[in-house]
Design a protein around this ligand. Structure first.
Ligand code: FAD
Length: 317
């Protein structure tokens, strides 16, 4: 080890949830050298992409005794982000033209997203870290560690101690009331999970150090002041749509990983504008063919696709 370099420490980490965030986070934590244990209350990976036609007995989720349904997607749902931007950076969300059950469109249906998430879990052998049908019911701090209590499939409770807990339980299961009509969220959520979890993994191993508390407080106050100037209420503190790429590149630099590709940042910004201006047609009509081309050339250069990029480009348009 070079003089002055901090030793990398391996932590015992619990991840709660095996939706896209939990899967991506688990892979990044393991890649950093941590031992990872994932709790998932359902029988399979995928989180909200596991579609069910069932709905809750109380649609506003106010009744605590209601029957709970995790997924909040509907049957006709298609992605609001183009597939080349949506996938994580070293495992692109590629169209499959050879199987009838697959949806090769640029903005595919929700079944296609679930298939991608399942393939990701298989490819990176994440299922071996997951304990299915095990719900975390309580997390509490105990001297410098965390106690995680879970309910196993037999209905018994287990207690385990971890150095850190990463909560990936999703936040679209309970509705937000009141709803603002026409307000749709779009962004490169999977890439955000990827970059943020690389950063979390690096902080836990000691490769990245947090700034001193006063500096963090200073930054938080500056951020609130910038929201104030724009007349944005504090409840939007975590809404980063307008500065998504800038924020992700900042986090990427902090943990020394690749910045967001030019084509991806532009697709997201342009896609957002098209979504607002043409909400009915933006998924099937677009004018950014040069960005799709750049994306597939990039995948080809990084050897992430097995066919020539022209194969995808001819079929996807
Ligand atoms: C209608 C809709 C459309 C969307 N469209 C897109 C899109 O087109 N593109 C895009 O990139 N993103 C989209 N998103 C955003 C979507 O939320 C993310 O893509 C992502 O899938 C969220 O993953 P997650 O892992 O954070 O949460 P989830 O998918 O909700 O997964 C959470 C997991 O945690 C488990 N869990 C919860 N509590 C516990 C517990 N106590 N113990 C154990 N396990 C637990 C759940 O069973 C679940 O498996 C959309 C969201 C919605 C609601």
């Amino acid at each position: 080890m070079a003089p002055g370099q901090t030793p990398i420490s391996s932590k015992h980490v619990a991840v709660i949830g095996a939706g896209a965030a939990g899967l991506i986070t688990s892979r990044e934590l393991r890649r950093e050298g941590h031992s990872v244990f994932v709790f998932e209350r359902e029988k399979q990976v995928g989180g909200l992409w596991v579609y069910t036609p069932k709905s809750e007995s109380d649609p506003l989720s106010l009744d605590p005794t209601r029957s709970k349904v995790h997924s909040s997607i509907y049957d006709s749902l298609r992605t609001n982000v183009p597939r080349e931007s949506m996938g994580v950076r070293d495992f692109p969300f590629l169209p499959r033209f050879d199987e009838e059950s697959r949806d090769p469109r640029r903005y595919p249906n929700h079944r296609e997203v679930l298939a991608y998430v399942q393939e990701y879990a298989r490819e990176f052998k994440i299922e071996e870290m997951i304990r299915f049908e095990t719900e975390v019911v309580r997390v509490e701090p105990v001297i410098e560690k965390w106690r995680v209590q879970s309910k196993n499939p037999g209905g018994d409770f287990d207690d385990e101690i971890f150095d850190a807990v990463v909560v990936c339980t999703g936040h679209y299961t309970e509705p937000n009331v009141p709803h603002i009509p026409g307000k749709e969220i779009s962004g490169i959520v999977f890439v955000m999970f990827e970059i943020q979890s690389k950063w979390v993994a690096a902080v836990l191993s000691g490769r990245v150090t947090l700034p001193p508390p006063d500096k963090m407080m200073e930054d938080i106050n500056e951020w609130y002041a910038s929201l104030d100037v724009l007349g944005i209420p504090k409840r939007h503190t975590h809404t980063i749509g307008r500065i998504q790429s800038e924020y992700l590149n900042w986090v990427a630099k902090e943990c020394g990983c690749e910045l967001v590709e030019r084509w991806r940042a532009q697709e997201v910004d342009g896609g957002y504008v098209r979504l607002v201006v043409h909400p009915e047609t933006y998924r099937d009509e677009w004018d950014d063919d040069e960005l799709i081309e750049e994306a597939y050339h990039d995948f080809s250069r990084k050897k992430l696709i097995s066919f020539d990029s022209s194969y995808y480009l001819e079929n996807v348009r």
